[in-house]
Ligand binder design. Structure first.
Ligand code: LMR
Length: 395
């Protein structure tokens, strides 16, 4: 049975993680996988998470099943984090939130749900997008089409190209958007662009599907949710996939959520039943631990404050690194886009050959596309990384 299988190439992000781990150099720098790192290069457990875990250990009474939707308390609090506490979609029964195994679980279950809504659903994704969007959505059987997003010369959003391409979409088509901190480019839509894309989606009868993997790491929890909230306010149906991997640092606990907003409470109820049935037939129920930790944090004013302060410091650190890095690279060209962009990622705009030289000669790891994780820099490594990039840019 297995003899006909061919070995697949490594996933580019996971393959880079492995190559970095196996590199014996002590001065190597990891700007590859999208995990937050502190000044010491560590991905620490947030102190609010540690405190919640201690509480959980003392109070948890059972490991019995939690059900396909996950924890009700987590779902309510995450819905409020995404939409703001008083949002009508949450109070009038149009929104369903379910806990999922990470943001990936949310994306895949959204795709399975869309397939149930309409087997020939087309989803439009940005070029570029996070590489795993394609297998996660395409693997459910959705047709994938691409809209241009990034102007490769200025490394900013090519909004005219995006809009004119999406004018070709048919009613009922789905548009995948990044809520904030666009992965891989760091180029986000501004408030006017969110308003314009909302108009287009409304006029053409499209369905927005927003990936919100980085809320709180762009400009702050509220600011980063502006686009999602605008669409939830104005449009009858919205899908949002969110993740607690980055903003709670719960990567390996696989904690995420999927929100469906329907036009009416009755449609919301039907949609929820379909989604829960799809979950049951895929993984039955999500893991509990990460969501229990998040629920404890968001439900406690003291822990929520502690978490927000810590997340705010992470966000500020990324913004400071962006400013310092763009300044340090200035002698090699115009890298001011790095300071304007948001979240963990930016493209350097260098060639794959230059990326390879940085990896082999200098031990600096980034994706072949030249996507770097800004949070992988530190005050200690920024000067030598900048110097190496300046050197390699001239070759
Ligand atoms: C990334 O883009 O590096 C992260 O989202 C990690 C992953 O799973 O790809």
């Amino acid at each position: 049975m297995f003899e006909q299988l061919k070995t697949l190439p490594q996933d580019p992000i996971l393959g880079l993680m492995k190559a970095f781990r196996e590199d014996p150099r002590t001065d190597k720098v990891d700007l590859g996988v999208g995990v937050y790192r502190d000044e010491a290069g560590q991905t620490p457990i947030m102190t609010a998470v540690q405190a919640a875990e201690r509480r959980l250990l003392g109070t948890e009474t059972t490991k019995a099943y939690i059900g396909p939707a996950g924890a009700e308390g987590f779902n309510q609090l995450i819905g409020q984090l995404m939409l703001g506490a008083g949002h009508s979609a949450l109070s009038d029964g149009r929104a369903t939130v379910v806990q999922t195994p990470g943001g990936c679980g949310a994306l895949r279950m959204a795709a399975e749900f869309l397939k149930l809504c309409r087997p020939d659903t087309t989803v439009w994704i940005s070029t570029p997008t996070w590489a795993n969007h394609i297998p996660l959505l395409g693997g459910a059987g959705l047709t994938i089409r691409e809209y241009p997003y990034l102007d490769r010369t200025t490394l900013s959003v090519d909004f005219d190209a995006m809009i004119s391409c999406l004018e070709q979409a048919d009613s009922g088509d789905v548009v995948l958007l990044h809520g904030c901190c666009h992965n891989p480019s760091g180029a986000d839509l501004d408030a006017d662009q969110w308003a314009a894309i909302t108009d287009l989606i409304e006029r053409k009868g499209l369905l927005p599907f927003i990936d919100m993997a980085y809320q709180g790491l762009g400009e702050g929890l509220e600011q980063d949710a502006q686009g999602v909230r605008l669409m939830a306010e104005r449009l009858p149906e919205v899908i949002v996939a969110s993740s607690c991997s980055k903003n709670f640092g719960l990567y390996r606990e696989r904690t995420g959520a999927l929100m469906l907003i329907a036009a009416t409470p009755a449609q919301g109820k039907a949609a929820a039943s379909q989604l829960l049935s799809a979950i049951r037939s895929h993984y039955s129920m999500p893991p509990s631990h990460g969501a229990a930790v998040v629920e404890l944090i968001l439900d406690s004013p003291e822990l929520a404050h502690q978490w927000q302060t810590e997340l705010g410091a992470m966000c500020d650190r990324i913004l400071d690194l962006r400013a310092a890095f763009s300044k340090a690279l200035a002698p090699a060209g115009d890298f001011s886009f790095i300071e304007r962009q948001r979240g963990m990622f930016s493209f350097l705009g260098i060639t794959p050959q230059q990326v390879q030289i940085l990896r082999e000669e200098f031990g600096i790891y980034m994706l072949d596309s030249s996507r770097i994780n800004i949070a992988g820099l530190s005050a200690a490594t920024l000067p030598c990384v900048s110097e190496a990039i300046r050197e390699v840019s001239g070759r």
